[in-house]
Design a protein around this ligand. Structure first.
Ligand code: HEC
Ligand code: HEC
Length: 358
């Protein structure tokens, strides 16, 4: 069991409508999934049209691990989002269908339910439902077509019944990509990580070592006696992201048009957003190397060195990115603090594992 948790069972009156007029959307099943929400996180806001249900979460988990969604049945979401790596893949840049490389590093899916200000490094998807529709038809991810994937799901011996149980469809023809995406999003909303050593200390159940505590003080700028790391202004607890889009000085760019990956600018088409990326969570950071949107740093030592050096010039680099003047001991302590964000119960939770291997 994870720390101290609050059990919330959400009943949505609108979702329990018994009879559906002909031609209308099938009634959503009753929300019966008891999500354990960490008491030190904000309450999760669930979308009204996709409440959590046991059958939906289970179906979503199956779809997440099933290569049926890829063009040649060789890949699934889990090929790039591996539980043992906190749902990342260990590669700098993700590699998908036909060994095609994409452009960016696979992010963790831990606590993505709490990200309300955009998904992907550039925030171009607004909800997990919208996001889940994309990998199937992305040529360098699952490389498939939804029309073909829907046909395969409809003629599958099990899926029609699983969709009926999860969404109350009355005919196999109603089995759709939208419902598949809803199920995947339900599963993803259960991927909550809140039981790291950091959380135990926060909840008064453990104590930091002197080195971790010093690192914590640098991360949070809590004392005049140590240099300010400035980290927590962007990597804000409990998620260790404030969900803003910023440029943390990775590349020198004399003009805002010069970034190799324009990042947030792709989504907003605002020149000033070029080179900005969503602040990533640091939870389970020891498990999610390599780092940054393009996986350029292999180790946390390199990341710390980047921040310590003050980063590179561009017009929109964040003012908090500046030389930190950390000593060798400061760097080591900061690293030790980052290691307290690893949640081993999350990566070993059987409820998130591949159902085909259980
Ligand atoms: C080939 C590897 C690959 C596959 C397969 C893949 N992903 Fe991803 N995923 C990525 C990469 C890379 C990104 C970041 C892309 C970007 O920001 O432009 C990403 C981003 C995401 C995000 C956004 C997370 C965040 O913090 O913003 C979610 C959620 C996600 N993927 C879920 C899925 C699901 C669900 C599937 C299966 C339907 C899937 N992925 C298949 C590589 C992959
Ligand atoms: C001004 C906001 C800001 C500050 C301050 C900041 N970061 Fe970041 N951090 C970011 C952004 C944005 C990224 C992603 C950048 C990218 O990939 O383009 C990032 C990425 C990271 C990553 C890689 C995460 C991953 O999943 O790849 C680590 C680790 C990290 N920061 C640690 C720190 C530490 C430690 C500090 C303090 C010394 C710090 N950050 C200060 C904004 C910030």
């Amino acid at each position: 069991m994870k720390g101290k948790t609050r059990t919330a069972i959400v009943f949505l009156a609108a979702a329990v409508v018994a009879c559906t007029p002909e031609g209308a959307e099938p009634a959503l099943p009753q929300s019966d999934y008891a999500l354990e929400e960490p008491e030190h996180f904000q309450r999760l806001a669930l979308p009204e049209d996709n409440p959590l249900a046991i059958a939906g979460v289970e179906l979503g988990r199956r779809l997440f691990y099933d290569p049926i969604l890829s063009a040649d049945s060789s890949l699934s979401c889990s090929s790039c989002h591996l539980q043992e790596r906190a749902f990342t893949d260990g590669r700098a840049i993700a590699v998908g269908f036909a060994q095609r490389a994409g452009q960016r590093n696979s992010p963790t899916l831990a606590n993505s339910a709490y990200l309300y200000k955009g998904l992907f490094w550039d925030g171009r998807a607004h909800t997990l439902e919208e996001q889940a529709l994309q990998p199937v038809e992305t040529p360098h991810e699952l490389g498939h077509s939804w029309a073909a994937a829907e046909r395969a799901l409809r003629r599958h011996p099990l899926y029609p019944a699983l969709f009926t149980e999860a969404f109350g469809i009355t005919d196999t023809s109603e089995l759709s990509r939208e419902l598949a995406a809803r199920a995947i999003a339900q599963f993803e909303r259960t991927l909550i990580s809140a039981n790291a050593r950091y959380d135990k200390v926060f909840l008064g159940k453990a104590k930091f070592t002197p080195s971790e505590k010093r690192g914590r003080d640098i991360f949070f700028d809590t004392t005049e006696d140590l240099p300010s790391g400035e980290c927590s202004h962007c990597h804000t607890p409990p998620l260790f992201t404030d969900e803003s889009y910023v440029n943390n000085g990775l590349d020198r760019a004399d003009e805002l048009e010069d970034f190799t990956d324009t990042g947030r600018g792709d989504a907003t088409h605002q020149r000033f957003d070029n080179g900005r990326f969503r602040v990533p969570t640091l939870r389970n950071i020891a498990l999610t190397a390599p780092y940054m949107h393009d996986g350029r740093f292999n180790t946390l030592e390199e990341v710390i060195e980047h921040y310590n050096s003050g980063g590179h010039y561009s017009e929109n680099v964040d003012p908090k990115i500046k030389k930190l003047h950390l000593s060798e001991r400061d760097k080591k302590d900061l690293l030790n603090f980052l290691l307290t964000l690893t949640d081993s119960t999350f990566v070993h939770n059987a409820a998130y594992a591949n159902p085909f291997l259980q």
